[in-house]
Design a protein around this ligand. Structure first.
Ligand code: DSN
Length: 444
C-alpha cells in the first residue's frame, strides 16, 4: 500500500493504512473472510481494470480485447481442470449476483425453488422470502434442520414431493457440517428439479479434498472466490457434465443470464486474479492449507467446549463453528461480538437454529478458521483463542439485553461506550496483539 506521504494526502490512504494495522493486530474469525496472496492483490490493481470487455472471449462488443480474451480463457481452463467440469463462467461480480444469474437462467417468474432457510444457515439468495430477489420473483420453499442441527433430508424430500420445485439449492453460510450432495441429487432427480450447489464457504475444502465435491451430483455449482478459495472478491459458476446431460443449453443459459441479463462489463482484473488463485489452488501447499483449516476448526471447537461453551450441533465438520450463547440470555451473541471486537478478536453475531431473539440481535457467534490458518496459526493458537473468547464471555455475562426495542437500543449504545474502555477487555486485546503480530499478514 502507498504510504500517506505529503504528495499523497488523501484521507482514504490514511484510513487504508489504519485498516491494515487493525487487521495485523487483531485475530479475524469471520468464516467467510480470508487473505489473498501478493500475486492476487497485485493483479487487482493492474491495468486490466481500465478495459471494457462486455461479452465473452472472442465474442466482445469492444475492440482491444486480445489479451483479456486469453486471460478469461485461461481462468476458465484452470477452473475446468481444478473442478473437473466442462464449463465455467467467471464473470459474476460476487456470490449474490451469481446465484441470481443461475436462478434467472433456470426459472421463470413465479416458479418454485427450494433452499435452506436463512435462520437455519442458508443464504438470502436461496429464496429468503419477501425482501430478496429470489424470494420476491420466485416461489420460495424453505427447508430446515433436524434436532441435531443437521439438514433434515427427509423434510427436504417431503417438501420437494409436495411443492415440485424447479430448482433445489444445496448451500449454506452458517452450517458447520458436511453437505450430502448425493442425497440432494436423489431428491432433485425424484422431482425433476435442477440441483444448484452453492459451495462458497467450502470451495477451498472441496479443492483440498477435505469436503466431498458436489460436481458428480449437482447440475450447477456456484462459489464465491474470496472465502476458503482465497482469491479475489468475485464468483464462478460451474456447469457440470450432469448438468449438460440434463439440459444441453445449460451453459448458454447461464452465460446469457450473467451477461447481458444481469451484468455489464466483466471486471477483468478479478478474472485474472481468479486465474492466479486457481493456479495457487492447484499446488500441493493448498491441500496442506485445507487440512490445517480443518485441524484448526476441530481444535478450536474442542477448546471452546473445554471452556464450557455450547456449540450448535456439538462441533464442526468444516471450517465453521456456531457458538450457542442462549444460556447467558437471549440475544447475548450481540454483546459478545461487540466485546470480542474490543478484545481484539472479530467475529460475527449470528442466529442459531430456533433463534429466540432476532437476526439483528441474535444469540450466537459465528466463527471460522480460514484466515487464521492462512496467517499460519495452528492448534496451540486455537486453544489460546478459545480461552480469550471464554474470558470475554465470562467478563460480560449477567448483562441481560432488554426485550423492548428502545430500551435495547439504548442499552447497547451505553454498553458499547462502556466496553471500549474496559480494562479486562483491553488486557485481552494486548495479549491478542502480541500473538497476532507473530503471524504477519501478506507473507505467503
Ligand atoms: N456474506 C457471506 C458470509 O459472510 O457468509 C455470505 O454471502
Amino acid at each position: 500500500m502507498k504510504k500517506n506521504t505529503n504528495k499523497n494526502k488523501d484521507l482514504i490512504f490514511n484510513l487504508i493504512q489504519k485498516e491494515e494495522q487493525r487487521q495485523k493486530e487483531m485475530i479475524g474469525l469471520i468464516p467467510s473472510e480470508n487473505q489473498s496472496s501478493d500475486d492476487v492483490r497485485s493483479v487487482l490493481s493492474s491495468c486490466l481494470s481500465s478495459k471494457y470487455a462486455e461479452g465473452y472471449p472472442k465474442r466482445r462488443y469492444y475492440e482491444g480485447n486480445q489479451m483479456i480474451d486469453e486471460i478469461e480463457i485461461e481462468a476458465q481452463e484452470r477452473l475446468k481442470k481444478l473442478f473437473d467440469v466442462p464449463y465455467v463462467n467467471v464473470q459474476p461480480y460476487s456470490g449474490s449476483p451469481a446465484n441470481s444469474a443461475v436462478e434467472f437462467a433456470l426459472l421463470e417468474e413465479g416458479d418454485t425453488m427450494m433452499g435452506l432457510a436463512l435462520s437455519s444457515g442458508g443464504h438470502l439468495t436461496h429464496g429468503h422470502p419477501k425482501v430478496t430477489f429470489s424470494g420476491r420473483y420466485f416461489n420460495p420453499v424453505q427447508y430446515g434442520l433436524d434436532k441435531n442441527a443437521r439438514i433434515d433430508y427427509e423434510e427436504v424430500r417431503q417438501l420437494a414431493l409436495k411443492h415440485k420445485p424447479k430448482l433445489i439449492v444445496a448451500g449454506t453460510t452458517a452450517y458447520p457440517f458436511t453437505l450430502d450432495f448425493k442425497k440432494f441429487a436423489e431428491i432433485a432427480d425424484e422431482v425433476g428439479a435442477y440441483l444448484l450447489a452453492d459451495i462458497s464457504h467450502i470451495t477451498g475444502l472441496v479443492v483440498a479434498g477435505e469436503h466431498p465435491s458436489p460436481v458428480p451430483y449437482a447440475h450447477v455449482v456456484m462459489s464465491t472466490t474470496h472465502k476458503t478459495f482465497r482469491g479475489p472478491r468475485g464468483a464462478m459458476i460451474l456447469v457440470t457434465q450432469r448438468g449438460l446431460e440434463k439440459d444441453a443449453d445449460l451453459a448458454d443459459k447461464i452465460d446469457k443470464a450473467v451477461f447481458p441479463a444481469l451484468q455489464g462489463g466483466p471486471h477483468n482484473e478479478t478474472t485474472a486474479a481468479i486465474a492466479i488463485a486457481a493456479g495457487e489452488a492447484m499446488k500441493p501447499e493448498f491441500k496442506a492449507y485445507g487440512k490445517q483449516i480443518r485441524k484448526n476448526a476441530d481444535a478450536l471447537a474442542a477448546a471452546l467446549q473445554q471452556e464450557g461453551l455450547k456449540l450448535v450441533g456439538d462441533g464442526t465438520e468444516n471450517h465453521l463453528i456456531l457458538i450457542d450463547l442462549t444460556t447467558f440470555g437471549d440475544g447475548f451473541g450481540t454483546q459478545v461480538a461487540f466485546a470480542m471486537d474490543v478484545a481484539g478478536i472479530y467475529a460475527n453475531r449470528n442466529t442459531i437454529p430456533n433463534e429466540p431473539c432476532s437476526p439483528f440481535y441474535p444469540s450466537g457467534i459465528r466463527i471460522g478458521t480460514p484466515l487464521v490458518t492462512t496467517r499460519g496459526m495452528k492448534e496451540a493458537e486455537m486453544t489460546k483463542i478459545a480461552q480469550w473468547i471464554a474470558r470475554v464471555v465470562d467478563h460480560i455475562k449477567g448483562e441481560q439485553l432488554p426485550a423492548e426495542k428502545t430500551a435495547r437500543r439504548l442499552f447497547l449504545k451505553e454498553f458499547k461506550k462502556r466496553i471500549v474502555k474496559d480494562e479486562v477487555l483491553l488486557k485481552i486485546r494486548a495479549e491478542v496483539k502480541e500473538v497476532a503480530s507473530k503471524f504477519p499478514l501478506f507473507t505467503w
